[in-house]
Design a protein around this ligand. Structure first.
Ligand SMILES: Nc1nc2[nH]c(SCC(=O)O)nc2c(=O)[nH]1
Length: 278
């Protein structure tokens, strides 16, 4: 695939791995404890992540951790829009908006977002058209069901093949809606409708997804797969998250969605130093 990804007014250089900093603007986000609910705190956090080397900031107004309660489109818009507008004004980063809501997709694009990141792969009514109309790239991610029920005994014959098939189908749906494959980024959806065994197997066989011919985005930072594999609480998952970041880069991932930007940037730079050697 081309190593350049146009993201609105900016271009992302995917010839090297890019780090996407997570900015939760939800009152119940599991790892930030909703501390970024206020706009200036959110902007300060985004600025710190950009300074640490994040080239994308992922703004999410809906917590999609297992069991999270639903948020109304208006409430989601009120959380997200001011933050997108402020970051677009203040920072030189690609703004990714983590949303499934057509109104938020449209308004965020108008305010300067450069990437639509929908964990539901534009399944909601109007989402495909909204994303198509923005002209922005979109990240499609594998999930089954909803955050409220997705962890109720998920089963797969072969989880990697199921993810491959799902992403292939969603890319086709995008193409049919006028979103060309060149605008698509793919994501295995770690932690969404998957057991630990599913997450580990999917990670092990992640290279299979390169056969779809699109950049890969990987989000495993501080997730339960690290917690369950190591027996660590959410604020003790840095080392496990960095191990997975390194392995994802080794497996050809293009974008890493993380909480701990500075640490992950050093992992990426160290790997790049070795790969650049004679
Ligand atoms: N594209 C993409 N978007 C995401 N949004 C979340 S929210 C849950 C959490 O951060 O634990 N995860 C992901 C992910 O893995 N990929």
């Amino acid at each position: 695939p081309s190593t350049r990804l146009p993201c609105g007014s900016r271009v992302l250089d995917l010839s090297r791995p890019q780090v996407m900093g997570i900015l939760n603007v939800t009152p119940d986000s599991f790892s930030d404890g909703g501390q970024h609910a206020s706009l200036d705190a959110a902007l300060r956090h985004a600025a710190a992540m950009a300074a640490a080397g994040a080239t994308l900031i992922d703004v999410g107004g809906e917590s999609t951790r297992p069991g999270a309660r639903a948020v109304s489109p208006l409430e989601e818009l009120e959380r997200v829009a001011p933050v997108v507008e402020a970051i677009a004004r203040e920072l030189d980063v690609v703004i990714s908006v983590d949303t499934s809501t057509p109104a938020v997709i449209r308004e965020s694009a108008r305010l300067g977002a450069g990437l639509i990141n929908d964990v539901r792969s534009l399944a909601r009514d109007g989402a495909l058209d909204a994303a198509a109309d923005t002209g922005l790239p979109v990240c499609l991610m594998h999930m089954r069901g909803e955050p409220g029920d997705m962890q109720n005994d998920p089963r797969y014959e072969n989880v990697t093949e199921a993810v491959f098939q799902f992403l292939s189908e969603r890319m086709a749906a995008c193409a049919a809606a006028g979103i060309s494959p060149e605008r698509v980024v793919l994501d295995p959806g770690f932690g969404f409708a998957k057991t630990l065994a599913h997450n580990l197997s999917l990670f092990k066989h992640m290279e299979r997804l390169h056969e779809l011919g699109r950049p890969l985005l990987v989000g495993v930072s501080r997730k339960s797969m690290v917690g369950q594999a190591l027996g660590r609480d959410v604020d003790e998952r840095l080392y496990g998250s960095l191990a997975l970041a390194a392995l994802a880069v080794a497996k050809g991932a293009h974008i890493l969605r993380v909480h701990d930007v500075a640490e992950t940037v050093d992992v990426v730079r160290m790997i790049a130093a070795v790969q650049a050697a004679e």
